[in-house]
Design a protein around this ligand. Structure first.
Ligand SMILES: [Zn+2]
Length: 166
């Protein structure tokens, strides 16, 4: 298991990373507790960025669900569980976002905002994590309204012939 630092320095660099990614202030404050008064000055030192993606689960009802499944599989490989039952600290959350960007550099469907709200939605039951796809046998994600689906979006998206989506 990796060691995750939760010092104030680590929370400040996490905040800088998240600001640069267009993360909502309220999301940053959840992970980077204690940086409150610094937020404004950090933000002022950085080039302006647009906020990316908002709260909501509608994006999980289409092909973008592939990205949610990727995120959940990554959560499992980093933290050993697909059901995140403890709140991630800033450095854990940033590692998760960075690993995702490294593995899937061209995926525009995801952002720290979406990863955050995805975890929240799994906790609240709006989004379900299934243990094993009928086709690839890996865990996958669906919106609650698509709970009957037995295959992951990654296996049903026909354009994927490279296996890279897995
Ligand atoms: Zn599958």
């Amino acid at each position: 298991m990796m060691f995750y630092d939760n010092s104030i320095q680590s929370r400040i660099s996490a905040a800088e990373f998240l600001i640069a990614q267009g993360t909502q202030k309220k999301v940053i404050e959840k992970y980077c507790n204690g940086i409150g008064s610094l937020y404004k000055s950090l933000r002022a030192q950085m080039p302006p960025v647009k906020e990316r993606h908002r709260e909501g689960t509608h994006w999980l009802r289409g092909e973008s669900c592939v990205s949610a499944t990727r995120a959940v599989r990554l959560i499992k490989s980093l933290f050993g569980t697909t059901h995140i039952d403890h709140a991630l600290i800033a450095s854990e959350f940033v590692s998760l976002c960075e690993c995702y960007a490294m593995k899937f550099p061209n995926d525009d469907s995801i952002s720290p905002n979406r990863i955050h709200y995805l975890i929240q939605s799994i906790r609240s039951g709006k989004v379900l994590v299934h243990d094993s796809c009928k086709c690839c046998k890996k865990p996958y994600v669906t919106h609650r309204d698509d709970a009957h689906t037995s295959k992951c979006t990654n296996c049903t998206v026909s354009s994927d012939e490279t296996g890279l989506l897995q």
